[in-house]
Design a protein around this ligand. Sequence first.
Ligand SMILES: O=C(O)CCC(=O)C(=O)O
Length: 285
Amino acid sequence: MLSTQDEFMDRGYVVLEQGLSSLEMMLLEKVSANLTEHAERLLQRMHSSEESATEFYRDHPEELIVVPEIDNALKVCRFEYIKGYNRSVREQIVPKLQQYIKQLTGDEFVLFKDKCNAKNPGGGAFKPHQDVIAYNHLKPNYHITVAIFLDESTVENGCLYFPKNYRDDLSDHHFPVQNTSGGALPILPSYEGGDRHGVIQQEVVNQIEWQAVLAQPGDVVIFDSYVPHYSEKNNSDHSRRAMFYTFNAQGYGDFYDEYYGMKHREFDHPSFHVATPTRHRKSKQ
Ligand SMILES: O=C(O)CCC(=O)C(=O)O
């Protein structure tokens, strides 16, 4: 049987059941409730002033970033910049996640970005993608994300799907690789531009054996930025909220402020909307 570290290196992800305690989950529930309320107020404000998100964020570089659902400008699809906004996350949650990553990789990692996906009923399908495509404009070429589920994540409400082992499935191909601190990892062919920007090409998706990764509140899924993943729409009556904290190796430097500086200045940049069900200016919706 593989150790957790070997499983992570082999497959690109691991699940830590109940990786966060009930106290930590209570804290995150509180953060999520406060920030969701704030995010809803921001969407109302942009809607009633008819100010575009691009204009709003250019003028408010310290604000929580909110992205609405593709078919409803007032419904929060996700919010971001959680550490920038919330001290308890910064001081209590981020250090714990850093410890987990150190146990897996032996290295120190720093926070690169963070977000909470609301995954409302009827919304929120994410097409198969590699996260690294969205980060390629910045120096670190390897990232590790810790996904924390605030709600039970089921097939019905749109859980994540990961490959059993995509590198084995695709071993007959010679896709370009990037040399990273996690090894030589492939960049899979994806569509460029438009609404499918960053979505892995269908013939490659079809060659991968996918599995649903179910999770309870408090479970933690840790995955690198090369492992392909997707999720379906939420077909239940309740939201499936999950937070995603993405880190890069400290040796590359700390990019959190640069990443969110760019996001506040260039809200519509296609790199920030890879394979997501979100509304932005270049979307046809
Ligand atoms: O929240 C989800 O269902 C999927 C999230 C995801 O794949 C992403 O944000 O890259």
